[in-house]
Design a protein around this ligand. Structure first.
Ligand code: FAD
Ligand code: FES
Length: 279
């Protein structure tokens, strides 16, 4: 089962105004915003992203990349696109202050998303912090395609502290186990998310691991899956200026001796097989 739609024509990115439909904080640092976006987003793949900017002020000037968190109800010709965000700097601070009716501008859907081959029966998802964002759309797509009935899926979710454990109820109500870890021990196991992941890889090796989070976590996930020859795809949260392959600012060293020496996270990724890149 492939949760990704195959109609490439429908994946052409669009640049368009997007009206804020809803925005609210889930915890002191995390928020979720719903935007009215063009229909072109309807076929976005889990793991694809959009670049979001502020057309009225152009401050900050550059758009920032965000994973597509959820897609739902269409109203007229607009589609509800949700983004889960963590406030870390000027753009995300501004994002957190948008109110219903405000204007944003979106470019997307962009990049290559996660791929789940049809033979996959056991799937592990590993998320670090706001890296949980693309997995909501992935689970929605799995459910819609009937994959949840035959794929044993579980999520390993690591954060710094308890208040960052957002979206858990939404996942657990689907009957998917969530193994939580915190770096300060305030909830779940007091360790890094790669510790329980590593134990589970030993005990019950999955057919595929998908991971999204900070680079050190992804490096560790790549290493522990490569060591066990378990297929793994990672979604990189590189810094991006254009999001479309023009500035070459998101270069990632390629793995192996043949082919290009660099891949670009915005067009070749952000999701890569760990065999493709150096982490
Ligand atoms: C494909 C992709 C998907 C993403 N999805 C999401 C998402 O769903 N939700 C979300 O909140 N964020 C996501 N990000 C990260 C998001 O783009 C950045 O957090 C955002 O650009 C920060 O902008 P800012 O102006 O608020 O902070 P900035 O001033 O740009 O950064 C604030 C601080 O965070 C650090 N920082 C910023 N971006 C990164 C990064 N990518 N990696 C490591 N450190 C960084 C900076 O070095 C600085 O210290 C994603 C990034 C990519 C590439
Ligand atoms: S962000 Fe410009 S090439 Fe990737």
């Amino acid at each position: 089962m492939d949760p990704n739609p195959a109609d490439d024509a429908a994946k052409t990115p669009v640049c368009a105004p997007a009206e804020v439909w809803h925005n609210g904080m889930l915890s002191p640092q995390y928020g979720r915003i719903a935007l009215g976006c063009p229909e072109a987003f309807e076929t976005a793949e889990p793991g694809q992203f959009l670049m979001l900017g502020f057309p009225e002020t152009l401050d900050p000037l550059l758009r920032r990349p965000y994973s597509i968190h959820a897609l739902s109800l269409r109203t007229g010709t607009s589609l509800r696109v949700e983004i889960l965000y963590k406030v870390v700097g000027p753009a995300t601070h501004r994002l957190s202050r948008l109110r219903p009716g405000d204007a944003a501008s979106v470019l997307g859907p962009l990049g290559k998303g996660f791929r789940i081959p049809p033979h996959v029966r056991r799937l592990f998802l590993a998320a670090g912090g706001v890296g949980i964002a693309p997995f909501r759309l992935l689970l929605d797509r799995l459910e819609a395609a009937g994959g949840r009935s035959r794929i044993d899926c579980r999520i390993f979710f690591g954060v710094r502290t308890a208040e960052e454990l957002v979206c858990i109820r939404d996942i657990e109500t689907r009957g998917i186990p969530v193994i939580c870890t915190t770096e300060d021990g305030s909830a779940g196991a007091h360790c890094r998310v790669t510790d329980p992941l590593c134990e589970a890889l030993e005990r019950e090796p999955p057919d595929l691991v998908l991971a999204c989070g900070p680079r050190p976590m992804l490096s560790c996930v790549a290493e522990i899956t490569r060591r066990r020859s378990i297929p793994c795809q990672v979604s990189l949260e590189e810094r991006m200026a254009c999001g479309m392959g023009a500035c070459l600012g998101c270069a990632v060293p390629a793995r192996g001796v043949e082919g290009p020496r660099f891949r670009h996270a915005c067009v070749d990724g952000p999701v890569f097989d760990v065999a493709e890149i150096e982490l």
